[in-house]
Design a binder for this molecule. Structure first.
Ligand code: NDP
Ligand code: MG
Length: 400
């Protein structure tokens, strides 16, 4: 264990955890698991963007050494509100986020910021060789091999928190480094199908943001909920799986499984198929990644198979939900194409949530940007950031 982890009364050292995106859905599930396991973990730092009130209450509850607000004015307000809590130092901006992600005293970093905003802090954690619990899939989709090779070089342990990838991780052959592909023929990525499964493109044209964020099985942030409704979440996850496990997209199938009980499966050359099952609750993959290779309590109710009764499977509909097809095309194109796909999606989803674009404008925007922008090698951070900026401009112009 790295850093200045303190020593518990039992004599066992506590692992110091930085939670990036503490006020979000992943952040709150993480803090719940940490609180249940306070004999193993202590909260080192919490971060958020603008939500000062939520952050104040988390700081009072968890007493972190550092609290970071990305937004400068929000940091100022938090500092004033926490004047009576001298043990918590308030910092701000991307520098503050990167500082607590890479701090020598942090052992574990939970990457729970949504979107490209999570990239630099996640990279800071990776470069500092931390155990990085990756929820922020957009960071990996943008950078691909760049992130995984930097993790390798720095000795960082990248553990998937995304439930499907955590399931794949659990079902793949385990090695000291994580997983191998020995004997593996295919990865089967499950998808709930989202709130609009079964609808046609015409029926999807005028769905509202409120309908799109009402996911049938999972309670999540707004952006990922829209991604689940368009199937772009599965597209991003397909790309995530390619980079995490060094598998080509042609060896990954997406299986729609509306109950969200099987979180993904691994098919082996001898005909065996291993699956990971559980109630749809992010505390399970978070607890798994926190403690791996050990197991800890997550507060999740045991799975009642008699209650579940049925597990169903369907092929994904890539005609009415083009985002999954676009993600396959982007990962096959390689280089900066996945960064372009991600940025165009973020801009279009924000426009949809703000009521400035229709639901089917999301895939149209992404398809336009993928066609309009050149694919360059994604071998440096600058190349990725440039592709991200160009795609944001291109998407904004298309939407205007
Ligand atoms: P939420 O919207 O619930 O939370 C996002 C968090 O990021 C909040 O703490 C927010 O702060 C912070 N944040 C937002 N923008 C910025 C910014 N510009 N700079 C710094 N911090 C920022 O998202 P989720 O928890 O749902 O998702 C987080 C990530 O995890 C996403 O990448 C998602 O795809 C992934 N994921 C989520 C799952 C889930 O069940 N929720 C499942 C699998 C993956 P503030 O509150 O101040 O706005
Ligand atoms: Mg997922």
């Amino acid at each position: 264990m790295s850093g200045a982890a303190s020593v518990a009364a039992s004599g066992r050292s506590l692992q110091a955890v930085t939670v990036l995106g503490a006020t979000g859905s992943i952040g709150s599930s993480t803090l719940d698991v940490l609180a249940r396991n306070s004999a193993r973990y202590e909260v080192f730092a919490l971060t958020a963007n603008t939500r000062v009130e939520a952050m104040e209450s988390l700081c009072r509850q968890h007493r972190p050494r550092f609290a970071v607000m990305q937004d400068e004015a929000a940091a100022e307000q938090l500092r004033a509100r926490l004047a009576d809590l001298p043990q918590t130092q308030v910092m701000q901006g991307v520098e503050g986020l990167c500082r607590v992600a890479g701090d020598a005293a942090a052992d574990v970093v939970v990457a729970g910021i949504v979107g490209a905003a999570g990239l630099l802090p996640t990279l800071a954690a990776v470069d500092a060789g931390k155990r990085v619990l990756l929820a922020n899939k957009e960071a990996l989709v943008m950078t691909g091999d760049l992130l995984t090779s930097r993790a390798k070089a720095a000795g960082a342990r990248l553990l998937p928190v995304d439930s499907e990838h955590n399931a794949l991780f659990q079902c793949m052959p385990q090695t000291a480094e994580g997983t191998s592909l020995d004997g593996v023929s295919r990865l089967l990525l499950t998808a709930s199908g989202g709130p609009f499964r079964g609808r046609t493109a015409a029926q999807l044209a005028d769905v509202t943001p409120a309908q799109a964020v009402a996911h049938p099985n999972w309670s999540m942030g707004r952006k990922i909920s829209v991604d689940s409704a368009t199937l772009m979440n599965k597209g991003l996850e397909l790309i995530e799986a390619c980079f995490l496990f060094a598998v080509p997209a042609s060896r990954i199938d997406v299986v729609v499984h509306p109950q969200s009980i099987i979180h993904s499966l691994v098919s082996y050359r001898d005909g065996s198929v291993l699956a990971q099952l559980g109630n749809p609750d992010m505390r399970t993959p978070i607890a798994h990644a926190l403690a791996w290779p050990e197991r800890i309590d997550a507060g999740v109710a045991p799975l009642d198979l008699f209650e579940v009764a049925q597990l169903n499977f369907e092929r994904p509909d890539t005609v009415n939900f083009p985002c999954l097809r676009l993600a396959r095309e982007a990962v096959d194109a390689g280089g900066t194409a996945t960064a372009v796909l991600n940025a165009a999606n973020e801009v279009a989803v924000a426009a949809f949530l703000d009521g400035n674009a229709g639901f089917m404008t999301i895939p149209a925007t992404i398809e336009h940007c993928l066609g309009a922008l050149p694919v360059r090698p994604a071998d440096t951070l600058d190349a990725v950031l440039e592709a991200d900026a160009q795609a944001r401009e291109c998407a904004a112009a298309f939407l205007a």
